[in-house]
Design a protein around this ligand. Structure first.
Ligand SMILES: Cc1ncc(COP(=O)(O)O)c(C=O)c1O
Length: 405
C-alpha cells in the first residue's frame, strides 16, 4: 500500500463524531446543526431542467477539456465577475468535477517530489484537502497561521526564508473557510512578490466567492488582483497563478460536482495532461446544467440575499455572548468562545448535551504551528439551515452561554 495514506488525518467530521459519541443530546429539543458546511438552500428548477434536458449526452464520452460552450461561458463569467479584459477560453479555463478533486489533483500536477524537502504551504485554519493533497503528492505540508489582527490573512511574513526556498505550492482560500476573510489587494501584492522571489505556484480556492453581504461589493478574486497589479497580460499572463471556483455554493448544487480552474495557461496545459489520465472529464449533462447556471445571476442574488438575512439576524444575537463578527464573505461564523471559559471541544460537547445544537470545534480545522493551534478556542458555525432553525440555534447558544454564568 502507499505508505503516505497513513499520514492522512481523520476528517474534521470524523473527529467530531468521536468527540460527540458519548454525549447525550438534550432530547427535549429538536436537533439543529451548524456543523457541516453543505449548502441547504434549494437547487433552482432551471438547473434541474437543463440537466434532464441534456441526458442524451450520456451516449458519448466527454472530453477532459470540456465543451467549447462550457469553457466559453466560464471565460465570459470570469470577465464579467472580475472585470478582466480578456480570458482565453481555450487555454486559460478548464472545467473540473467540483473544486475539491481539482484542488487535490492540482498538487499532484505541480509538486516535484524528486526535489529534496518539497513543501506545500497551507493557510491555518484550512480546508483539509490541501494537506492530504500535499502529502499524497510527496510533499510536506507547512502552515501559515491566520492573523486575527490582520483580518485573518495568513501571516506569510512569519515564514522563514529557508522554508520559502522549499515551498513549491501555496494554497490560498479567499473567502476563507472557516474565517470568511477575503485577501486584500495588498495581501496579493505581498504574495505575488514572494512567488516571484521563490518561484512557487499559487492555488487560490474561491468557492465561496458569491456569498457576500454587500450587494455590489463582491470579494476580490486572485485573477482580478493579478490584473489590477499588471500581471494579466504580457508574455506570461497570470504567471504561476490559478484560481478554483465552483457552482456548489453559488448555485446550491453540491451534488452536481461542477467547478472550474482558471489562470496560467502553461500550468493548465500540464493539468489537462494530468487529468486525461486521472479521469476528470465532466458528465455532458452536468456540463449543460453548468452552462445554464453560470449564465444566470438572478438565482445567485436571491441565494445571497437569503444568507444576508440570516447573518443579519443571527450575528448580533451571538455577539452578546461570544466574540463574533460578520465575516467578509462565505456562510460561516468563526466565533471565539474564550469568554465562556470553555475550550472549543468542551463548548461543542456541552452545547450538544444542553441545547442539541452542533458546532464544529475550530482546533479540528487547524494544526499546531508556531506553537499555537489558531483554531483552538474557536468554533465554526455554518448558517446553512432554514432562517427559523438558524435563529432558534442562535437563541439556544445565547441561553447556553448565559447559563454558564
Ligand atoms: C474551502 C473549500 N474549498 C473547496 C470545497 C469543495 O467544494 P466543491 O468540491 O463542492 O466545489 C469546499 C467544500 O466544502 C470548501 O469548503
Amino acid at each position: 500500500m502507499n505508505p503516505r495514506l497513513d499520514l492522512l488525518q481523520p476528517y474534521p467530521f470524523e473527529k467530531l463524531r468521536v468527540l460527540l459519541a458519548d454525549v447525550k443530546p438534550n432530547g427535549a429539543l429538536p436537533a439543529i446543526s451548524f456543523g457541516i458546511g453543505e449548502p441547504k438552500h434549494p437547487t433552482p428548477e432551471f438547473i434541474k431542467t437543463a440537466l434532464s434536458d441534456a441526458l442524451a449526452g450520456l451516449a458519448n464520452y466527454p472530453t477532459t477539456a470540456g465543451s467549447d460552450a462550457l469553457r466559453q461561458c466560464i471565460a465570459a463569467w470570469l470577465q464579467r465577475r472580475y472585470s478582466l479584459p480578456a480570458v482565453n477560453a481555450a487555454t486559460q479555463v478548464l472545467p473540473v468535477t467540483g473544486s475539491r478533486e481539482a484542488l487535490f489533483a492540482f498538487a499532484q500536477t505541480v509538486v516535484d517530489a524528486s526535489r529534496p524537502g518539497a513543501l506545500v504551504l497551507c493557510p491555518n485554519p484550512f480546508y483539509q484537502i490541501y494537506e492530504g493533497a500535499a502529502l499524497l503528492a510527496g510533499a510536506t505540508p507547512v502552515f501559515a497561521n491566520s492573523d486575527p489582527a490582520r483580518n485573518f490573512a495568513p501571516a506569510f511574513d512569519r515564514i522563514p526564508a529557508d522554508t520559502w526556498a522549499r515551498v513549491q505550492l501555496v494554497y490560498v482560500c479567499s473567502p476563507g473557510n472557516p474565517t470568511g476573510a477575503v485577501l486584500s489587494l495588498e495581501d496579493w501584492r505581498e504574495l505575488f512578490a514572494l512567488s516571484d522571489r521563490h518561484g512557487f505556484v499559487i492555488a487560490s480556492d474561491e468557492c465561496y466567492s458569491e456569498i457576500y453581504f454587500k450587494e455590489g461589493e463582491p470579494p476580490l478574486g486572485a485573477l482580478e488582483a493579478a490584473h489590477r497589479l499588471g500581471r494579466a497580460d504580457g508574455p506570461h499572463p497570470f504567471e504561476r497563478l490559478v484560481m478554483f471556483s465552483s457552482l456548489s455554493k453559488r448555485s446550491n448544487v453540491p451534488g452536481l460536482r461542477s467547478g472550474f480552474v482558471a489562470g496560467d495557461a502553461a500550468l493548465l496545459k500540464k493539468f489537462l495532461l494530468y487529468r486525461t489520465y486521472h479521469g476528470g472529464a465532466m458528465n455532458p449533462a452536468v456540463q449543460s446544467a453548468s452552462v445554464a447556471a453560470w449564465n444566470d445571476e438572478a438565482h445567485v442574488r436571491d441565494n445571497r440575499a437569503a444568507y444576508v438575512r440570516k447573518f443579519a439576524e443571527v450575528t448580533p444575537l451571538l455577539a452578546e455572548v461570544l466574540d463574533v463578527a460578520l465575516p467578509d464573505a462565505g456562510f460561516y461564523l468563526w466565533a471565539d468562545v474564550s469568554r465562556t471559559g470553555l475550550s472549543d471541544t468542551e463548548f461543542a460537547a456541552r452545547l450538544l448535551a444542553e441545547q442539541n445544537v452542533t458546532v464544529l470545534p475550530g482546533s479540528y480545522l487547524a494544526r499546531e504551528a508556531d506553537g499555537i493551534n489558531p483554531g483552538a478556542n474557536r468554533v465554526r458555525m455554518a448558517l446553512v439551515a432554514t432562517p427559523g432553525e438558524c435563529l432558534e440555534g442562535a437563541r439556544r447558544i445565547v441561553a447556553f452561554c448565559k447559563a454558564l454564568g
